[in-house]
Design a protein around this ligand. Sequence first.
Ligand code: HEM
Ligand code: HEM
Length: 156
Amino acid sequence: MTSPHAPELREKIKLETPHRRLLYLVVFLLWLSGLLWLVVRGFSDAPVESARCEQWSPVLMEIHGGLGFIFLWFLGSLWVHMRRGLLLQRNRVSGLSMLSVTLFLVFTGWGLYYFGDENLRKLTSLAHWIVGLALPLLLTLHILLGRKIPRWKAFR
Ligand code: HEM
Ligand code: HEM
């Protein structure tokens, strides 16, 4: 049986509260695990010999890599959000920028697993974490710009 609210829900670009909160949590933990990895390694790609680094950097990357998969699931869950935003022409520039940035992180994250060439890996790592560190800022901007849209236009 279809819910009487189904057509109304389909109208929404705005995410439901639990969905939005879980997305924020995943983005935050992904960002934090990347940042902590950089901190324990002193923001350097030189091999570090400290015991703290040896102990924590693999654990942090296991957590980060795992969260990356969860993030991909969330990206898929935003399909309707993105589709409606694009069709209704709401927040398109910042939305498409968000999509490009997240796809860039996914692609460079994949590259970090598979690129064999050392120089290419170094470059990929640098690009991945510089863009990654800026992700919460870009997401905040996207949300603020989205919220500036008059209510009736965003179907809130
Ligand atoms: C084509 C791409 C996209 C478009 C057109 C788009 C459009 C929008 C619009 C119009 C809003 C304001 C909704 C409102 O407050 O009523 C919004 C908010 C938001 N967007 Fe996007 N977006 C896109 C991609 C993304 C991506 C890739 C992410 C996350 C990685 C994202 C995460 C969010 C979040 C968390 C909000 C706040 C939602 C809320 O307050 O419930 N968006 N977006
Ligand atoms: C939220 C912002 C992010 C930050 C600050 C960040 C930061 C980092 C850092 C510092 C590394 C280690 C780089 C290296 O090994 O040289 C890394 C690796 C990685 N990241 Fe991210 N990242 C972010 C988002 C993402 C996203 C969205 C994905 C995928 C969906 C992702 C997937 C990966 C993967 C697969 C690795 C390699 C893991 C490994 O070597 O075991 N990251 N990230």
